[in-house]
Design a protein around this ligand. Structure first.
Ligand SMILES: Cc1ncc(COP(=O)(O)O)c(C=O)c1O
Length: 427
């Protein structure tokens, strides 16, 4: 069976050969009735929105109940005597997080939410001067990122002209790496920070993070990454690529649940720098002196130094369960399946619905699992029709439908069902 075969049978055959197929049973997949309100249809929906909110891992309910029981049983003693004591609880996420984003364990921390982490780290890494104050982002950056960079500039006394937005060439949907690097180089000593989404939320473009980080450093700027759409989707190597910092959320590909606690990376060379300016809270203090309750902040030499408060166990718990699944499979194995799955989806789309435009780069090394689609006609009506067919994907202004088959739980048959539905919708 080859991917040239467009039949449903071929999709099923690929699932039968897929070594990761059993991972699907680790997740709760909504039925068509519950997710889409089509009464009486208990079959699983086609869920292609793991890039927005990932599915619930089966193990989460028991793990959450365990924490609730321990709270009831031990109350304050749970900090030391819960089955997973709460005092060091967040430390157990470091290993799996570091393996996901290519970091050393002490370079990552689970804390807060993405935009909060972005602000905290920009306070340390965006150090504008009258000569060097520009922040470079994508024109299609997620709105929260646009607000965050503009408000950081304004907080330091700079206007909107401090934010440089990278735009694709006329008639092109995505950015060329050479153009990004040229812009950074031509702005040179005026650039204070380059801050892009590792994978752009709208186009699905995976930027050449290492080359861009190098260009930012070459211009004397810091480089930070928003990995909301990259973490758990594509293999990144933050330490080796020399990023200064990165932030990500855990509710998309990381399946940590709505509003789940986010992650942050700060490079080893910075976490050990005692002169690095930062906002401080007691959980960032060296644990060996934290409970002496002194007035002076002594930052721990890890990304934990940016942690403000004691960690939210009920928010960390689902993330911990989900990360154990990533550890079981490994991001490189997931990526291998992802390349096959998204490649198959693209192949089906081009063969069966050629009227659909794909704005995501065709080069697999320039994208993760998501394909961003431009449909003929009204995309909202198409989305409704897809829902009626049992398919969940999403719409982003102005005209993009995003479909993200995640290798952790989506099947080749999901892709087939989606394209089959789309073919009817656009017929
Ligand atoms: C690329 C990107 N950046 C930032 C955010 C905002 O995340 P949060 O609400 O956790 O701050 C999102 C949320 O979807 C996102 O997709």
């Amino acid at each position: 069976m080859t991917t040239a075969d467009l039949s449903e049978r071929a999709a099923r055959a690929m699932d039968a050969l897929d070594k990761l197929a059993p991972m699907r049973s680790e997740f709760l997949i909504p039925t068509v009735s519950s997710a889409l309100g089509r009464e009486g249809d208990a079959s699983p929906c086609v869920y292609l929105t793991g890039n927005s909110l990932g599915l619930q891992p089966q193990g989460v309910r028991d793990a959450m109940e365990r924490e609730l029981e321990d709270w009831a049983r031990f109350a304050v003693e749970g900090h030391l005597h819960a089955r997973d004591p709460w005092l060091p609880y967040h430390e157990s996420l470091r290993g799996p997080l570091s393996r996901l984003v290519g970091a050393m364990e002490h370079e990552v921390v689970a804390m807060n939410t993405l935009t909060v982490n972005l602000h905290l780290l920009m306070l340390s890494f965006y150090r504008p001067t009258p000569e060097r104050h520009l922040i470079v982002i994508e024109d299609t950056a997620f709105p929260s990122d646009s607000y965050a960079v503009a408000s950081q500039a304004s907080l330091r006394g700079f206007g909107p002209e401090s934010v440089v937005r990278l735009r694709p060439r006329e008639g092109e949907a995505t950015l060329r790496t050479g153009d990004i690097i040229d812009t950074i180089q031509s702005l040179g000593s005026k650039v204070a920070l380059v801050m892009l989404g590792g994978v752009n939320y709208l186009t699905g473009q995976w930027f050449e993070m290492e080359a861009i980080t190098k260009a930012a450093h070459g211009a004397g700027a810091a480089c930070g990454w928003d990995l909301a759409h990259a973490a758990g989707n594509v293999p990144v190597r933050l330490h080796d690529w020399n990023a200064d910092f990165a932030v990500w959320c855990s509710y998309k590909y990381l399946n940590g649940g709505p509003g789940a606690v986010a992650g942050a990376f700060v490079h080893d060379r910075h976490v050990r720098n005692s002169a690095l300016p930062q906002l401080a809270g007691w959980w960032g203090n060296d644990p060996s002196t934290r409970f002496r309750m002194g007035p002076d902040f002594s930052p721990v030499a890890s990304a934990d130094r940016f942690a403000m408060s004691n960690p939210p166990i009920f928010s960390l718990c689902p993330v911990k369960v989900s990360l154990s699944l990533f550890d079981r499979v490994g991001i490189d194995t997931l990526r291998r399946k992802s390349l096959a799955l998204t490649g198959y989806l693209e192949h089906l789309l081009r063969a069966r619905v050629p009227s659909v435009g794909i704005t995501t780069p065709a080069d697999p090394s320039q994208r993760g699992c998501q394909l961003s689609l431009r449909l003929p006609g009204d995309p909202r009506r198409s989305l409704d029709a897809l829902k009626r067919a049992g398919v969940v994907c999403d719409f982003r202004e102005p005209d993009i439908i995003r479909a993200a088959p995640t290798p952790m739980y989506n099947s080749f048959h999901d892709c087939w069902r989606f394209v089959d539905a789309l073919a009817s919708v656009t017929a």
